[in-house]
Design a protein around this ligand. Structure first.
Ligand code: ADP
Ligand code: MG
Length: 250
């Protein structure tokens, strides 16, 4: 089976700092893979290398066997990778639906006609509707995003990524800053989504309860190196992981 995603020997230096060193990671189609690690471990850098926001200084990234190393984020999106956006990527005065529709449109639209024609608009609206109902966001679709709760805003970001019909969905700390109730709701919503559809997911997450309830396998980064990679039980029992976390769990 061709891996959905493969990182081979990924390195990324920032000046003298090796934020990533020889990271090898294979994610199979349909797998939900968490990437965890203490603060500064290199999780976001790895995420950004895969999504095209940061170029690696060594190694290669393959999506479904195709080498996407060093491509722009826009091009990588066309290879089936969609990531959650930062909060600042939301247009606060626009409705939740329009934010999601714009994300769908961004992928559909012709490069030379970034807004697209009527057909693109209709298609984008359909994709947005589908993504929002899959995340149970229909009730809030007409509300200006800026007035939504933090939890709803983060789910709107997931809907934006989902509307692009990715084969690999990358979630960057989807429950960050959420209350306990919002976190539970988000986990339930994501669980329902993943049980309905075989999506490949890469999840960067701090919250261990979230990781253990969503992920099939867990990769652990520490100081830019992959120190463990396995099931929840394997990772929990790994001595190197225990050491790393005793040194600075965030
Ligand atoms: P994590 O997401 O696991 O907390 P990061 O990937 O954000 O870790 O960061 C890993 C290391 O790389 C940290 O020491 C961080 O300060 C450094 N780093 C990340 N991005 C940059 C950058 N653009 N310039 C310089 N150093 C960076
Ligand atoms: Mg980070």
């Amino acid at each position: 089976m061709t891996a959905a995603l493969e990182c081979k020997g990924i390195g990324r230096n920032f000046g003298a700092l090796a934020a990533l060193a020889d990271v090898n990671l294979v994610v199979q189609p349909g797998e939900v893979r968490a990437v965890i690690g203490p603060n500064g471990a290199g999780k976001s850098t790895l995420f950004n290398v895969v999504a095209g926001a940061v170029k690696p200084t060594a190694g290669s990234v393959f999506v479904d066997g195709q080498n996407i190393t060093g491509m722009t984020a826009q091009r990588i999106c066309h290879y089936g990778i969609s990531r959650t956006f930062q909060i600042s990527a939301l247009f606060p005065e626009m409705s939740a639906f329009d934010n999601v529709r714009l994300a769908a449109q961004g992928k559909l639209a012709d490069r030379w006609r970034p807004i697209g024609g009527r057909q693109v608009l209709e298609q984008a609206s359909e994709l947005a509707s589908t993504a929002m109902s899959r995340l149970n966001l229909n009730a809030i679709q007409d509300i200006a995003v800026g007035t939504l709760s933090h939890g709803d805003q983060r789910l709107v970001e997931v809907a934006m990524a989902l509307s692009q019909r990715p084969t690999i969905l990358m979630l960057d700390e989807p429950t960050q800053g959420m209350s306990i109730q919002e976190t539970h709701r988000t986990v339930d919503t994501l669980k329902a989504l993943l049980s309905e559809e075989k999506l490949t997911v890469v999840l960067v997450e701090h919250d261990m309860d979230v990781v253990f309830s969503l992920a099939d396998r867990i990769a652990v980064l520490h100081r830019g190196q992959l120190i463990a990679d396995g099931t929840a039980d394997e990772v929990k029992e790994n001595a190197a992981v225990q050491d790393a976390y005793l040194g600075g769990l965030d």
